[in-house]
Design a protein around this ligand. Structure first.
Ligand code: SF4
Length: 235
């Protein structure tokens, strides 16, 4: 059990980091944003979810994953993992909403310049929280943390290490919604990935991770998928 003092320290460090970001103008996304979306959750979280950047709802509310994709992520956490959303930590690679042609209408992934300007803040968040497991959601956050050549289709469900922390990439909830939603076969893939996270959390006291280079696969879990297996209702 982690102590309250440690939790307060982490909360304070996160507050200091937010203050360091301030009214940030380090990249062009500052010109269009309504709000900076720092991230939220338990400073002592065992699981950290990382997406690519805020969307419309997130920009308006200054909170990560509160739109349609956020509803799905929350369902994965609460219905699937049986955890409370406030017990995990949720953040993005960039803290301001990236949109196509800076028109603030259609979302897009952050570009290299924006990721380079903002990504250090996420790395500091991870260094403060030191979760037991990181789940990257989609390609941009997976590539940012792990530097993989493989896209999410190949990388999802495999374990990697970032600074000694096990990382499991899975599909971004928006991608699942865009590709069939409740009827999407990706829903089952996401649930299979999440089950690996739950298994690792359940057995983490026993599981010793080898110290290997960042980005290297540390665990492969080629579990057989059963077509009739129960999948929680996430939608
Ligand atoms: S995306 Fe990050 S670096 Fe760019 S303005 Fe926002 S907080 Fe600053």
């Amino acid at each position: 059990m982690k102590s309250d003092t440690m939790s307060q320290d982490k909360a304070k460090l996160l507050e200091e980091l937010r203050a360091e970001i301030g009214d940030c103008r380090r990249c062009k996304l500052s010109r269009t944003r309504t709000n900076i979306v720092f991230g939220e959750g338990n400073p002592e979280a065992r699981v950290m979810f990382i997406g690519e950047g805020p969307g419309r709802d997130e920009d308006l509310q200054s909170r990560p994953f509160v739109g349609r994709a956020g509803i799905l992520l929350t369902a994965i956490i609460e219905k699937g993992m049986k955890m409370k959303r406030e017990d995990v930590y949720i953040a993005n690679v960039v803290k301001c909403r990236p949109t196509v042609d800076m028109a603030f209408v259609r979302d897009r992934p952050p570009d290299e310049e924006e990721t380079a300007a903002c990504g250090g803040f996420l790395k500091k968040q991870i260094a403060i929280i030191r979760p037991n497991v990181i789940v990257t959601l989609g390609n941009p956050s997976t590539k940012f943390l792990l530097g993989l050549k493989d896209g999410i289709t190949k990388a999802h469900g495999r374990w990697f290490l970032y600074e000694g922390i096990p990382v499991l990439p899975t599909y971004h909830p928006s991608f699942v919604l865009r590709n069939g939603g409740d009827a999407s076969p990706l829903k089952k893939d996401v649930w299979e990935d999440i089950k690996k996270v739950l298994a690792r959390l359940a057995g983490e006291e026993k599981a010793e991770l080898p110290h290997r280079a960042q980005s290297e696969v540390v665990i492969e879990s080629p579990e057989e998928k059963k077509d009739d297996e129960y999948i929680p209702t996430l939608f």
